[in-house]
Design a protein around this ligand. Sequence first.
Ligand SMILES: Cc1cc2nc3c(=O)[nH]c(=O)nc-3n(C[C@H](O)[C@H](O)[C@H](O)COP(=O)(O)O)c2cc1C
Length: 450
Amino acid sequence: MSLVVGVGLRAGTPFAELQDLVTTALRELAGDVQLVVTITGKEHDPALQELVAQLGAELRTFSNEELAQQQVPTPSERVDQLKGTSSVAEAAVLATGAHLVIPKRRTPNTTIAIGVQRAAGYDLRDREVVQRVIAERRDVRRGFLDVPVDDVTLGRVLEAAHRAPSVGLSQPWDFLVIRDLATRRKVHDLATAQRDAFAASLPEDRRAAFDGLKIEAILDTPLNLAVTCDPGRGGRHVLGRHADPRTTTFSAAIAIQNLWLAARAEGIGVGWVSFFEPGEIAAILDLPAHIELVGYLCVGYVDEFAPAPELVRSGWAKRRPLSWAIHHEEWGRRDTSIVDDARQATQNAVPAGGQRVRVVVGGHVDLQEADVLAVDLGAERPPADFGVLWRPARTPVEAVEFGVEIARDLALQGVGQLVVQLAENSERAEALARGLQVGASACGLTHSSA
Ligand SMILES: Cc1cc2nc3c(=O)[nH]c(=O)nc-3n(C[C@H](O)[C@H](O)[C@H](O)COP(=O)(O)O)c2cc1C
């Protein structure tokens, strides 16, 4: 830990008095003093000079105007009258950007305060640029220009991807750059077939909305990038992967995000396509059997970046409020209770239009009909099926919350009407059904019981 000692002292302060105060305080902390700070004019004080020499530290001074700007915990009116700043020791520590760990301590002739130095963040303008590229990154599927991406620019984008964090620094990614039209046509055929299959699985009104969406730009962009993952990269003892093999895929996905952001900064649009069965796309790309595809990206210059996601602008889906996503210390403990929040929101809810979903809570369900969503409350994870939501609520209170969340989540996905069917006779099932009604009211969904 790198420490900063702030000192205020009267002329003629004996060194022993200052040394005693500082040494006693430093015994409470682990770390080295890198910096001693004080008010301009005190830099030649003999006691201070001796302290700096003894500690092997650097001495820095701040003017009384700079010190006066600091918000200190222990201001002094007397010091203010004498020096034009209500603090010297504490203010000098804070003026370095350090975090105060020992507030002001004093002897008759001297005051000290100690802080720990923090690594510097970026200045405001740079922070705004970082936030801007994150906010203005878009998944782009339309408006690609017939302009090639040169190798130097592509190199910068791939360099950003390659700088991504990875489990055990295993760097499990590879980037397959595909320009060949024949290959892209084959990939396009796969995406088209998957698009048709997805459309066929949708309820009628949702299918009509989906028909208006563009889900890929494989042939519209000058190049496609397949980002792959080698789950075995790094051998047997990759640090951090032993307990969770998914971490390799996470690493490759983060590389894609780096790529996406760097491309945005270059004015290059990226559209991620996942309408593939993994084995089929791997065969077309002739991937070795141990290599997995993580992301297939359509890349090229675009005429513009839309201000909001296409799925939001088309009304297909909505953004989830950040406050729903943040839990403090325990799952479910949000800044506001999701149930109270939903009850309040009910008063202002605007009636929603859109898809009808029949939510069946508990029991055995026939998933043949496309508008059915089954909620399984059992302790055992059911086999993977997007028609089944597994919500093993631990208490009735949690069941209500899960119900509210399900309804709100469905509303974000364009659902306008809920039919709630109770297929299990239990307190938790009833609570979850109640939550569904509360959540539905909050989002303006029409809801009924079957
Ligand atoms: C893993 C993943 C797969 C995606 N697959 C597709 C896809 O197949 N087709 C598509 O149009 N968009 C796809 N997207 C883009 C998302 O729809 C998009 O990120 C989301 O709507 C938010 O929009 P934004 O990226 O412009 O902020 C995918 C995104 C991710 C992260």
